[in-house]
Design a protein around this ligand. Structure first.
Ligand code: NAD
Length: 379
């Protein structure tokens, strides 16, 4: 079969879904690999590097390939160019890209959403979301350090002693833990909070202090390890109890998400007003609306003297490693569904079934179907 790697069309997207080092693995598995000219350039992977590893540079991959690897969901005109019955593996944003999912089904594309990979041990090497969260957590701290008018570490100099920066991380999942580790390495004093008590030990093992608000409960976590949504009353209590920690911090990095929902607002305008001037908030929940009430997704604003940054695609700002990590998860998944050089689906296998959104003209994923039905009611 022929595999194609299109150049990403979203303007701000610098990642690529396949890096040259993985080409031999795919050709050994019986695939011919085509890459659109310049597909990896923004990430630091030149056309020549793909050719040296056995790929062919081809402008018209859509006419030839029947397996496609992408980062972003395909745009409408790209979907029209996919061969009927083609296989597509990408971040499909299945709950928000409703029209695209319908178009993929109509085109009879077998489409896999990398963000729907099950969080089971067998799928760890295919966990693209965790890989990208690792990058976001690291980069958030670097951005915070860059904007803070202070040192992160304790410094004792002839010109006096500088006290270390205080960093408060809200939500200690994959991104939060990486932010904690990075802030510690830069010498900050780090505190963190999460509604899931299970993470206390992980926070402490990174040398940070776990803030106990008395709100965290075993019930905060669903059986897949994700946080459950809480009541408005709960979030208000959380805001009140976290206020002193937010106020004492030089940099706050909120990362709190609840799958399929708007991110909870945990930092109110009043809490921002009580922060010290020059402090920084890097809101990693910006893509889902933000954990801070004043966050503007995709923008950097200054409110009440506080710099509030709402990045929406941090992995794309580190495209070399982001592409390398993403491409490995994608290639690992592709190997899982390939048999004798052909796509072979075992629909009884959770690892194949969970990320499968469309197949043979149908939308198969239950949660995506529910999102579509809800959308149809509104329109
Ligand atoms: P996420 O990105 O959905 O959320 C980030 C964090 O925000 C989570 O830790 C969540 O508990 C927290 N949060 C939600 N509401 C909050 C609130 N009101 N206040 C404070 N914190 C809040 O989560 P994630 O980082 O993708 O992963 C969550 C967990 O899933 C991980 O910690 C891990 O235990 C598990 N996981 C398992 C695997 C695997 O088994 N393969 C892989 C990755 C993650």
């Amino acid at each position: 079969m022929i595999l194609g790697v299109p150049k990403e069309t979203v303007v701000s997207e610098r990642r690529v879904a396949l890096v040259p080092e993985l080409v031999p693995r795919l050709t050994k598995a019986g695939l011919e690999v085509l890459v659109q000219p310049g597909a990896g350039t923004a990430a630091g992977f030149l056309d020549q590097a793909y050719v040296e590893k056995g790929a062919r540079i081809e402008p018209d991959i859509f006419g030839e390939a029947s397996i496609f690897l992408k980062v972003q969901p395909p745009a409408g005109d790209e979907i029209g160019k996919l061969k009927e019955g083609a296989t597509l593996i990408a971040f499909l944003q299945p709950y928000s890209s409703i029209r695209e999912i319908q178009a993929l089904a109509a085109r009879k594309v077998t489409a896999f959403a990398m963000e729907l990979m099950p969080r089971i041990t067998r799928a760890q090497a295919m966990d693209a979301l965790s890989a990208m969260s690792t990058i976001a957590g690291y980069k958030a701290v670097v951005i915070a350090a860059n904007h803070l008018p202070k040192f992160f570490p304790l410094l004792m100099t002839a010109a006096g002693t500088m006290t270390p920066a205080r960093v408060f991380v809200i939500g200690a999942g994959v991104a939060g833990l990486q932010a904690i580790g990075t802030a510690k390495r830069l010498g900050a004093v780090v505190e963190a909070y999460d509604t899931r008590p299970a993470v206390k030990e992980q926070v402490e093992s990174l040398g940070a202090k776990f803030v106990e608000l008395g709100l965290e409960t075993k019930d905060a976590e669903d059986k897949t390890g994700y946080a459950k949504a809480q009541s408005e009353d709960f979030y208000q209590k959380q805001q009140q109890m976290m206020s002193q920690y937010v106020g004492a911090a030089d940099a706050v990095i909120p990362t709190a998400l609840v799958p399929g929902k708007r991110a909870p607002v945990l930092i109110t305008e009043e809490m921002v007003r009580r922060m010290r001037p020059g402090s920084v908030i890097v809101d990693l929940a910006a893509e889902q609306g933000g954990n801070c009430a004043l966050t503007e997704p995709g923008a950097q604003v200054v409110k009440h003297g506080i710099v509030i940054i709402g990045p929406t695609n941090l992995p794309s700002t580190m495209p070399f490693h982001a592409s390398q990590m993403y491409a490995r998860t994608v290639a690992n998944f592709l190997m899982h569904i390939l048999k004798d050089g052909r796509v072979h689906l075992d629909l009884n296998d959770q690892l194949t079934r969970d990320p499968l959104v469309t197949h043979e003209g149908e939308i198969l994923h239950e949660a995506v179907k529910a999102a579509l039905a809800a959308d149809a009611k509104v329109h």
